[in-house]
Write a protein that binds this ligand. Structure first.
Ligand code: C5P
Length: 216
């Protein structure tokens, strides 16, 4: 499952995994942990080599249970910290660094291979990480609909209410993620695109469930 931020991809992927009795892997969380490591190391975000060095042998552990995600960095639970503003601002820069992606993609493939059935969500899953996936979905929605959802999520989680700033961040990250040289965000040729702008979560899940069985 690929697509830009704010399409409801995470909630949808988790619910779909539960319905399919599958495991679930949030690859965005992995790039966020790498970013936290880089920020803690105090590395300059323009220095790709230093970023790669700070992330080499990243001591990352990530759970694959769709009912609750636990992400550890060096044994410390960072599940909440990786959702904060500092990490969100820096993550596109860190995820554009080739060696960071190589390391995380290898781990993603290992985790996927060890699961009997798994829903994996990210930006390059259908195009790079798991090109032989049984079913590929590209989830999309208008930038406004996505910003609206992310802002509501922020309010619910006590991170403030600033729609304009969220919209600007959504557009900035879309632009960085889709124009980067390594693994830019784009739909896989053999994926099915679902636009969630006008759909409720249950409608999206029903549609995806159908697609999985049509494709697989
Ligand atoms: O999905 P989420 O918003 O948590 O992802 C955070 C960031 O991680 C994205 O904006 C993108 O830069 C990066 N990412 C990526 N490849 C993936 C998943 C996420 O580059 N497979």
């Amino acid at each position: 499952m690929d697509g830009p931020s704010g399409t409801g991809k995470s909630s949808v992927s988790r619910k779909l995994a539960t319905r399919l009795n599958a495991s679930y892997l949030d690859t965005g969380a992995m790039y966020r942990v790498a970013t936290l490591q880089v920020l803690r190391a105090g590395v300059d975000l323009d220095d790709a080599e230093a970023i790669a060095a700070a992330v080499a042998d990243l001591p990352l552990t990530i759970g694959t249970d769709p009912s609750g995600e636990v992400v550890l960095l060096n044994g410390e639970d960072v599940s909440s910290e990786i959702r904060g503003g500092d990490v969100t601002k820096a993550v596109s820069a860190v995820s554009a660094v080739g060696p960071v992606r190589e390391q995380l993609v290898a781990l993603q493939r290992e985790l996927a291979a060890s699961a009997e059935r798994i829903v994996v969500e990210g930006r390059d899953i259908g195009t790079v990480v798991l090109t032989n996936a049984d079913a590929k979905i590209y989830l999309t929605a208008s930038a406004e609909a996505r910003a609206q959802r992310r802002n509501e999520q922020n309010i619910a989680e006590g991170r403030g209410d600033d729609y304009e700033a969220v919209l600007a961040d959504v557009e900035r990250r879309d632009n960085l993620d889709s124009t980067r040289k390594v693994s830019p965000l784009r739909p896989a040729e053999d994926s099915v695109t679902v636009d969630t702008s006008e759909l409720g979560i249950d409608q999206v899940i029903d549609r995806l469930y159908e697609i999985v069985f049509e494709q697989a």
